[in-house]
Design a protein around this ligand. Structure first.
Ligand SMILES: *[C@@H]1O[C@H](CO)[C@@H](O)[C@H](O)[C@H]1NC(C)=O
Ligand SMILES: *[C@@H]1O[C@H](CO)[C@@H](O)[C@H](O)[C@H]1NC(C)=O
Ligand SMILES: *[C@@H]1O[C@H](CO)[C@@H](O)[C@H](O)[C@H]1NC(C)=O
Length: 356
């Protein structure tokens, strides 16, 4: 009797999401990892101060930022709770219906990206986790409801940066550099990325934001390694200039094949580097937190120099932007023009989706 009562109570407390909210799923690398790597034995982690110094808890959470990252700010703008890391044991019951963050710092499009980080969750494994998640939600609310939750969800995927920074450009000579010139490497990455997006569609995703890499040569780590006089490094810049437009093109073709605008290309970062001052930034080539020239060596840690005013820096650490940059990215995702959001911005998508 008691067990029956408990079982009924458990079913009753798990209701499908209320009107107006949609689940949110996140895949990709450190730009969007909400703490999965904290559960893994990998050096690719942001679990020591001053990471998180401007986060509501003022503690490190595994996010590679001083404060909130892009997924947090998308959730905030949607009026939803932030998604939990998939490996977080608190992700169970009702919390599953909010969505989940499958991202893992250090990963790329390719399996050989980030090998130096050992046991990170590579993208194919992230997609397996998504499948596993759907089985868990099915047993909670039924298969049909679970499928509807996934079909109506918003998805974000951020990949590609590490395939350059932590693979092709990792050393003066790398296996991928010996195999491909930059142009051909970009085409290879795009063709592999297309398969990943198709798999995401097969798994039920119907609205997917796909972010470009931004200007990779402008990261303080790259300026330190390869830049001249503090300017953005040329080769990674050339890679960005090929990869990002190719991504837009691939997505446009994929949407045509699918007969639906499932995928949306996001290129929201270049505008900031074009005129940092216009956005109120004063320093764009030195990280707020770090060591060495441009604070460009390694990740941020308790021994790092730390800037006073985080809001005037584009970069938080040698690779990752400040919360203020993330806010501009998310504003652009919602309200940006077609120059940055292709084929359309998230406000338009939400308007379209609210009619069906
Ligand atoms: C990467 O690994 C997955 C399995 O984990 C495999 O399905 C996929 O084909 C591999 N990708 C490449 C490009 O080898
Ligand atoms: C987008 O624009 C609308 C209308 O101007 C505004 O209410 C909303 O806050 C903006 N969204 C974001 C995330 O900036
Ligand atoms: C983006 O969003 C705003 C509303 O916030 C809208 O006015 C604008 O036309 C949209 N732009 C595109 C290209 O979809």
């Amino acid at each position: 009797m008691l067990t029956v009562f408990v079982a009924l109570a458990a079913v009753a407390t798990v209701a499908p999401p209320v009107d107006g909210t949609r689940a949110f799923f996140v895949f990709g690398d450190s730009l969007v990892d909400n703490g999965n790597n904290n559960y893994l034995a990998t050096p690719a982690r942001a679990d020591s101060p001053p990471y998180g110094i401007d986060y509501p808890s003022h503690r490190p959470t595994g996010r590679f930022c001083n404060g909130k990252n892009v997924p947090d700010l998308i959730s905030e703008a949607l009026g939803a709770e932030t998604t939990l890391a998939y490996l977080n044991p608190e992700l169970k019951g009702n919390k599953l219906l909010v969505g989940a963050n499958f991202a893992s710092a250090g990963v790329g499009i390719l399996n050989d990206t980030g090998v130096q980080f050992a046991v990170i969750i590579r993208i194919h494994r992230q997609l397996e986790h998504f499948h596993q998640y759907q089985r868990r939600v099915s047993s909670l609310i039924g298969e049909q409801q679970a499928q509807e939750l996934v079909n109506k969800a918003l998805v974000l995927i951020t990949l590609g940066g590490n395939d350059f920074i932590n693979n092709y450009f990792l050393a003066p000579i790398t296996p991928r550099r010996l195999q491909f010139n930059i142009q051909d490497y970009c085409q290879y990455l795009i063709s592999e990325y297309k398969k990943i997006l198709q798999r995401l569609h097969d798994l039920g995703a119907r609205r997917v934001l796909v972010t470009g890499t931004g200007p990779m040569g402008c990261a303080p780590a790259e300026i330190l390694l390869r830049g001249i006089n503090g300017n953005c490094a040329e080769e990674p810049q050339r890679a960005s200039a090929i990869f990002n437009p190719s991504l837009v093109q691939m997505i446009s073709g994929l949407n045509k094949e699918l007969g639906s605008d499932v995928f949306v290309a996001v290129n929201a970062v270049d505008q900031i580097f074009d005129s940092p001052q216009a956005f109120g930034f004063v320093i764009s080539n030195v990280a707020c937190c770090g060591l060495g020239p441009y604070n460009g060596i390694g990740l941020c840690n308790p021994a790092s120099r730390l800037c006073q005013n985080r809001d005037i820096y584009v970069f938080w650490d040698a690779f990752h932007p400040t919360e203020r940059v993330n806010r501009i990215i998310v504003q652009t995702i919602f309200n940006g023009s077609q120059k940055y959001m292709s084929p359309m911005n998230l406000s338009t998508i939400m308007e379209l989706d609210s009619r069906t």
